[in-house]
Design a binder for this molecule. Structure first.
Ligand code: MRU
Length: 346
């Protein structure tokens, strides 16, 4: 897999190489990882972010853990590995792809231990490859719903940087752009990490797709002007009833979209659907340090010195506000529990 296909995550057989997304777009800086503890820290500290990308990264983290813990006794190998994987799973709470990838990796730990490293490596590479394929399928399926001449708004970054490659929401936007369906692409800045301004704009411009940035609070006014017909976003976790957790601000965009007759599309692989949570109320919402709000990307403080902060970084959009969930297994229109379950039985 070359850097163009998977810009955020590289694996060379020995080490994991991550593009440090905290420094984009000013610098393209890569960091090499040889230890699972450092991989967990990279996920927690947002070197790599975006639910599917976190899953792919965790899968390679499991390979590193297994290599470093390798021992003659299966029992001690398994228990050392279990402790490492718990630490990895705790890195970020909302993105279910993290847990999904770790569980899938664990399921390969059967049979002869001599084969474990080779088997884990093949599995991690398969998770990475399948994620890119899923994004391309979703791109094609989602783009078909967008009429020629439409404007679209996206929130946060659900692009190649947030996945194995190509992107979920940005995969749909890429495919729709290639098919000349789009009149305009708008991206919310996405406070406080500015994934829209820094990452989505950078990614789209690399593909020569023009993009206009707006402050998060401007999206309802954009809809009022009739400039967009679709809001297209990714997800960190989808509950069994179709409720969608995604970057804070997604819920406001969905409410505004419904009010203005703008359609709301969620693009996510089935690895993002958590059938163990009945509704969005059960999805753990990550709260990050309030300091993230007080300054511009760890720079000088701009907020009033005595102010407190509240910094939930995801919210839940109820299924009733979602027009489409696009997965690699098919599209669910007006999602509900039965339609989501049917995705897994087909
Ligand atoms: O905090 P982040 O940057 O990890 O949040 C990312 C998002 O909210 C994305 O929309 C989501 O993970 C889907 S990425 C394809």
């Amino acid at each position: 897999m070359d850097r163009r296909e998977s810009p955020a995550i590289q694996w060379d057989g020995e080490q994991l190489i991550l593009l440090d997304q905290r420094r984009l777009p000013l610098q393209q800086h890569y960091i090499s990882y040889h230890e699972v503890a450092a991989v967990a820290e990279a996920i927690r500290d947002m070197v790599v972010r975006g639910a599917p990308a976190i899953g792919v990264t965790a899968a390679y983290g499991v390979v590193l853990a297994a290599k470093n813990r390798q021992s003659d006794s299966i029992t001690s190998w398994r228990s050392a590995l279990e402790a490492d994987l718990q630490q990895l799973a705790a890195a970020r709470p909302t993105a279910i792809n993290l847990h999904w990838a770790i569980e899938r990796m664990k399921s390969t730990l059967e049979g002869e231990p001599e084969q474990w490293i080779a088997r884990l490596t093949r599995e991690a590479e398969a998770i990475h490859r399948e994620d890119i394929e899923a994004c391309k399928t979703m791109g094609r399926l989602g783009a078909a719903y967008i009429d020629t001449g439409s404007g679209v708004l996206t929130h946060c970054n659900a692009g190649a940087l947030a996945t194995g490659g190509y992107g979920t929401a940005l995969g749909v936007i890429r495919a729709a752009w290639e098919q000349q369906r789009l009149a305009a692409v708008y991206a919310d800045e996405t406070r406080p990490w500015l994934q829209g301004a820094r990452l989505t704009a950078w990614e789209l411009l690399q593909d020569e797709i023009p993009v206009s940035l707006l402050v998060d609070g401007a999206s309802s006014w954009l809809m009022k002007q009739g400039k967009v017909q679709w809001v297209v976003v990714g997800s960190d976790r989808i509950a069994a009833n179709g409720d969608v957790a995604n970057k804070i601000g997604t819920y406001s965009a969905a409410i505004a979209a419904r009010h203005h007759g703008v359609k709301f599309m969620v693009v996510a692989p089935t690895s993002t659907i958590d059938r163990n949570v009945a509704t969005g109320e059960e999805i753990p919402i990550e709260a990050r340090a309030a300091e993230e709000l007080f300054s511009c990307l760890q720079g000088e403080r701009i907020a009033a010195q005595q102010a407190d902060g509240w910094n939930p970084v995801f919210d839940v959009t109820p299924a009733a506000l979602v027009d489409l969930i696009v997965t690699e297994r098919g599209v669910v229109e007006q999602p509900n529990r039965e339609k989501i379950a049917a995705l897994f039985s087909e």
